[in-house]
Design a protein around this ligand. Structure first.
Ligand SMILES: [Zn+2]
Ligand SMILES: [Zn+2]
Length: 101
């Protein structure tokens, strides 16, 4: 488990740091997801339309993206942020709930 790192902040996956997996082993931790969700879920999102593919789904949907401040190439689209929030909220071990706007 120590080998799994958050693509957005490079923190390791631990029991205290819940993560959600995307495609090809990409992961986002609960802390990064909270920031990304808060930036992306409002209408309109607080972030611009991203350039290039999302790290989690590998697609460029022309949606707002949250770009990791820690890792240049890491970005998550609005759709993935919402899906990851749903997954993490359903995980009883994560104890996570989406930030209220
Ligand atoms: Zn992270
Ligand atoms: Zn995506």
């Amino acid at each position: 488990m120590e080998d799994v790192l958050c693509d957005f902040c490079a923190a390791a996956w631990t029991p205290e740091r819940a993560m959600v997996e995307g495609h090809r082993g990409s992961c986002i931790c609960h802390a990064c997801l909270a920031v990304a969700y808060a930036e992306l879920s409002p209408q309109p999102a607080r972030q611009p339309i991203g350039q290039g593919p999302c790290t989690m789904c590998l697609e460029d949907r022309g949606e707002p993206h949250w770009q990791s401040p820690a890792r240049d190439a890491a970005r998550i689209c609005r759709r993935c942020a919402r899906m990851a929030a749903v997954v993490l909220e359903r995980d009883p071990d994560a104890g996570w709930s989406r930030p209220q706007a």
